[in-house]
Design a protein around this ligand. Structure first.
Ligand code: GDP
Length: 383
């Protein structure tokens, strides 16, 4: 596959130049010296004009077929949403077929379907109130109920707000979230994506709580040919971020990706650590465009949203990455995120492969959710 290509192959994306390690200021309070892992030395790319001539038709075709796609595509999204569609939109369609008029009993059933799809109480109640209000005005009936709901839910998602890096400056993207949500995997996917796009990427392994987390991150970094700034297990996470910012500046990196701990001994420790990292970011990189993204696991539905409160208290979040949207029936949780957390979803995870992390597109999401394909093919167990 494309990410396994050797860097000396003609079609390989340009590797970031490897700058020498920056001089790091010794700080006596630190428990461990910083260690940077350096991937295999990368040869300078050959003359592009000469290389282009050498490439044949098949080589070019191979390259196109293996170029990862980071924008979300309707068929892939449709496949990922299959279970959500079966438990949600397909049930609403059945409801439409069974009822000849809208009444309180039907609205009760509708609310139940919405709640079971994990959209959350606020969105479910809001949708019912909306349908009731339109019904009073004679503007909704069982036939157009689907369209009314689609428009309401589309509204809940607000504008699409993708993750955009500012050119020519150091961008910082920090990921927070509990263990197991897919933080490290997501960070690895982002590293590979930016590296593929020709950006200079550096990773800060600021989850110093678990040695396994650092090791896992190093594996992802090696796959992406990206350096990791790390300390030893148990080190000060904020000190890792401090060193990483210095290193990123010295190397003129375009983006610094920061992994953080998902669980400490208790909530107070977790908050204190995130607040300390926040202070370092504010002091050392006050002008750097900074994203603080909460990684949420879609399969946990509304429970996942409750975890978000802790992170919202500790750090000013700028958005959400919703992972594992593939294969869950709880995709409706996406509507609750905007409403309950007041945060935009910026990226979604549709699988474990390196290019399964996609830019979120609110319009396409709702359109696909309400489209026919998967919901008609999937047997529905509910009445
Ligand atoms: P962390 O503890 O938050 O760092 O979580 P990890 O990155 O270790 O991921 C936990 C598991 O979730 C791993 O098995 C990942 O492969 C899996 N995972 C992450 N993102 C996705 C996704 O979008 N879809 C699926 N199906 N699995 C995912």
């Amino acid at each position: 596959m494309w990410w396994k290509r050797k860097t000396d192959e003609p079609n390989a994306p340009a590797a970031p130049p490897q700058a020498p390690e920056p001089a790091l200021e010794p700080r006596s309070a630190e428990p461990a010296a910083p260690v940077a892992t350096t991937p295999e030395p990368v040869e300078a790319p050959a003359d592009p004009a000469v290389e282009e001539k050498k490439r044949g038709f098949w080589a070019k075709t191979w390259e196109v077929l293996n170029t990862p796609v980071f924008t979300i595509e309707a068929p892939a999204l449709d496949r990922a949403l299959e279970k959500t569609k079966a438990g949600f939109v397909a049930r609403i369609k059945k409801l439409q077929n069974r009822w000849t008029k809208i009444d309180e009993e039907m609205l009760e059933e509708l609310e139940e379907i919405l709640l079971e799809s994990d959209v959350g109480l606020a969105v479910a109640e809001g949708a019912i109130a909306h349908v009731r209000a339109l019904h009073k005005k004679g503007e909704v009936n069982p036939q157009n109920l689907n369209d009314v709901l689609e428009a309401y839910l589309r509204d809940q998602l607000g504008q699409t707000e993708p993750l955009v890096l500012q050119p020519g400056v150091l961008n910082i993207v920090m990921l927070v979230g509990v263990n197991g949500v897919g933080k490290t995997t997501t960070l690895g996917k982002l590293a590979k994506r930016y590296q593929f796009e020709g950006k200079r990427v550096l990773i800060a392994a600021a989850d110093t709580f678990r040695a396994a987390a650092i090791d896992q991150l190093v594996v992802w970094a090696e796959r992406a040919s990206v350096d990791v700034i790390r300390h030893q297990e148990g080190g000060d996470a904020a000190a890792v971020v401090f060193d990483a910012i210095r290193a990123a500046r010295a190397r003129q990196a375009d983006v610094l990706l920061v992994d953080t701990a998902g669980r400490l001994h208790n909530k107070a420790n977790l908050m204190a650590e995130l607040e300390k990292i926040g202070r370092i970011l504010a002091k050392e990189a006050p002008d750097a465009p900074t994203e603080r993204l909460l990684v949420l696991d879609a399969t946990t539905g509304q429970n996942g949203l409750r975890q978000a409160e802790v992170f919202q208290e500790a750090t000013k979040l700028t958005g959400v990455i919703l992972t594992k949207l593939d294969g869950t029936a709880k995709g409706g949780v996406i509507f609750g995120i905007r409403r309950q957390l007041q945060l935009p979803v910026k990226l979604v995870g549709l699988g474990e492969k390196i290019d399964d992390l996609k830019d979120f597109d609110a319009g396409l999401f709702v359109e696909t959710l309400f489209s026919e394909a998967a919901s008609q093919e999937t047997p529905v167990s509910q009445p």
